[in-house]
Design a protein around this ligand. Structure first.
Ligand code: ADP
Length: 677
């Protein structure tokens, strides 16, 4: 077998396959989720680091702004030359420029207030709570400033205002030294919120919030209005001011719960969706393939079952004559295994050695594609592996592939041995039937025979009695004649017996060429036997120089005898006044197309003819109209004639009676002729 059985080894169990697919899908999904998450995180970290950069910028802006302010305030003392009026006007102009400064005080070394100036932008900030109440913060900052010999800031504190709101403020203390001696203090009160508003660039606060916070998280001041969203990004930086530190914090919100926060994430997501779609398509395709594979496996199994159940041998050959396929029936027929046959070149192992050259020639013709093999097949002899020969019927057809090109030959084989055996059997039983029929005929003839033998025997007896009388009387001269008569009569009796014996004896079945006259001569003694008894006139008409016929003569004689006997019996039954029987032979053909030559025998009587209802069943075995008839005669006759390739028919005779005709093939030129029985 070249077609493999569906290879279970190559096919994965469905459960395993689905598990693998599931695993693949899970992996892809996990990968995609991770990618999206990573992209999101990357985007978040971008935002975060931007925020870190922003807060660093903001912190340094604030530091720079505060340092610049400290310088401006320091300069105030110098430019006023100790003149309080002048100081106050200078301070007023500083306050107009610097919104974040709410109030500037000039104090003596013991922190007593000498002069002060208030911001023109808001009501005096200490009007709700008096300045002295929060003197402690100022003292603290100034003590620190003295220690450091530079500016120092107080911790921030809350300052309630007249309008009900409040401010978080911080004091800056600048010690003033003249020739290394402390001559006073300059105290400036900062509004924290205004610091943020004035010193942090507007670009930074447009979309984010900047705030000052205590280290514990308490919010002190806030600037900028970020649009609130779900995702908050926060950066903090410690603003380490001399004397006090404050936490600068920046908050930024991302607007939506961003599924596609940026192009990268969107790209990854789009790719993921495409990937999933491709996977889905692949799965679909896979399922289709699986279905097709299943169908194919079914078709293969069906084909295999069909091939295995066939009793016809099948064999395919390529154009070089190598065997490409054999089915189990073929292997069983020839006794070789598929492995021994497949790929085997010519000559095939099942060719009998004595026929190899003939088969090889046939194959050469076939493979050259010169003419197609006969459709009805052709008979051949093959050899089994054990060396025994057997007849096969081969039916061949060209193998055409899907592109319409011939790729080899497909042949079907029928083992004919069994059929031959059955044919043999049926021939044997046919023969036995013939013999039985012949014996039956003889049985019928026994009475005729006794009647016929009676005459010679009676003659012999009377001659013998006469001879005895002559002997007793002493006359010797008549005895010789009497003995001659006895011998003649005995010979006649012997002939009668021999004619029956010849007929009954089985002879070889070989076909031989026999002259028509010889066939008639062989049956005439028996025909005459009956004819004499029934008073039938027998005529034979055989033209000289007829071609001999090829036949099994015993059988054909039986046919002639049967037909003659039927004819005489019919005439006897109908009590025909002048019964007569004609046996004749004539040649027909060959026709103008060069067909075979035939001889036609006819048995003609003048009996009653055959009524139509009898005609219908004439050749049916065991059909008879006679009380002691067997009804086998005509059916056997037809079988015999047809076995010879001839044809048996009947027709009415004019004016009355029946003509039975049958044909036999004339001898081809090369067979020897037998003229005598
Ligand atoms: P059987 O002679 O044993 O009856 P046959 O098969 O020879 O069997 O004949 C079948 C029947 O055909 C006969 O019984 C007879 O009725 C009819 N038949 C045969 N030959 C003739 C004939 N020459 N004329 C009339 N009838 C015939």
């Amino acid at each position: 077998m070249t077609v493999p059985a569906p290879a279970t080894g190559l096919r994965m169990p469905a459960a395993t396959r689905w598990t693998l697919w599931g695993l693949l899908l899970a992996l892809v999904a996990a990968l995609l989720v991770t990618l999206v998450w990573l992209a999101g995180r990357y985007e978040a970290s971008q935002v975060q680091s931007q925020l870190e950069r922003d807060i660093a910028v903001a912190a340094s802006d604030i530091r720079a702004g505060l340092a610049r302010n400290a310088q401006t305030l320091q300069a105030l003392q110098v430019t006023s030359h100790g003149n309080q009026e002048r100081w106050q006007s200078e301070a007023g102009s500083v306050l107009r420029e610097r919104r974040e400064i709410l109030r500037i005080e000039w104090r003596d070394p013991d922190l007593r207030l000498l002069v002060m100036s208030e911001s023109p932008y808001r009501p005096p900030v200490f009007s709700r709570i008096g300045r002295p109440e929060i003197q402690a913060d100022v003292q603290l900052a100034c003590a620190q400033a003295q220690r450091q010999g530079g500016a120092a800031y107080s911790p921030s504190y809350y300052l309630p205002q007249l309008d009900g709101l409040g401010l978080e403020v911080k004091d800056l203390c600048l010690p003033q030294m003249t020739a290394g001696r402390l001559t006073g203090h300059l105290v400036a009160t900062y509004a924290l919120q205004e610091i943020l508003a004035a010193m942090v660039g507007p670009a930074l606060t447009r979309s984010q919030e900047v705030s000052f916070n205590e280290p514990d998280g308490t919010r002190l001041a806030l600037h900028g209005m970020a649009q609130r969203g779900l995702r908050t990004f926060t950066a903090q930086q410690l603003l380490d001011l001399p004397g006090n530190a404050v936490l600068l914090r920046m908050d930024s919100w991302r607007a939506a719960p961003d599924l596609f926060p940026n192009v990268l994430t969107a790209l990854v997501t789009a790719m993921s969706i495409t990937l999933v779609a491709v996977l889905a398509l692949l799965v679909k395709d896979m399922r289709r393939r699986l279905r097709v594979e299943q169908d194919l496996a079914d078709a293969l199994a069906f084909r295999k079952a069909m091939e295995d159940s066939l009793v016809t041998g099948l064999r395919a050959r390529d154009l070089q004559g190598r065997i490409t396929y054999v089915n189990p029936a073929f292997c069983a027929m020839v006794g070789f295994s598929p492995e021994e046959l497949l790929g085997h070149p010519l000559p095939a192992p099942y060719w009998p050695p004595e026929l190899t050259s003939e088969y090889q020639k046939r194959q050469d013709v076939r493979l050259a594609g010169q003419h197609l093999p006969p459709r009805e097949g052709q008979e051949s002899v093959f050899m089994r592996k054990d060396g025994s020969r057997f007849p096969v019927l081969i039916i061949e057809a060209p193998l055409i592939n899907a592109h319409g090109a011939q790729t080899g030959w497909m042949s079907a084989f029928l083992d004919m041995s069994e059929q031959r055996r059955i044919e043999e059997l049926s021939r044997a039983s046919q023969d036995r039937l013939q013999a039985t029929a012949r014996l039956a005929t003889v049985g019928e003839m026994a009475s005729l025979l006794s009647h016929e033998l009676n005459q010679p025997l009676a003659a012999i007896a009377s001659y013998a009695t006469g001879s005895l009388n002559l002997l007793r009387g002493g006359a010797a001269d008549g005895i010789e004649t009497a003995l001659q008569r006895i011998a003649q009569q005995a010979e006649r009796a012997g002939k009668v017996i021999k004619s029956v014996h010849d007929f009954v004896r089985r002879r070889d079945q070989a076909r031989e060429a026999v002259a028509p006259q010889a066939l008639l001569d062989a049956v005439m003694p028996l025909v005459n036997l009956q004819a004499r008894k029934l008073g039938v006139a027998v005529v034979t008409r055989v033209p000289a120089g007829l071609l001999p016929v090829v036949c099994d003569r015993t059988m054909v004689e039986q046919v002639l005898l049967n037909l003659a006997r039927n004819a005489m019996q019919a005439m006897q039954e109908a009590r025909v006044a002048r019964p007569s029987l004609t046996l004749q032979a004539r040649r027909i053909g060959p026709d103008e197309h060069g067909g075979k030559a035939w001889l036609e025998f006819a048995v003609i009587d003048v009996g009653p003819g055959i009524p139509p209802d009898v005609q219908q069943q004439l050749f049916t075995p065991f059909f008879t109209t006679k009380a002691e008839g067997m009804g086998l005669g005509l059916s056997l006759c037809r079988t015999v004639v047809e076995q010879h390739g001839g044809f048996l028919s009947f027709e009415p005779n004019t004016p009355q009676g029946t003509i039975f005709r049958f044909t036999l093939p004339a001898q081809p030129a090369d067979l020897p002729t037998l003229d005598s029985p």
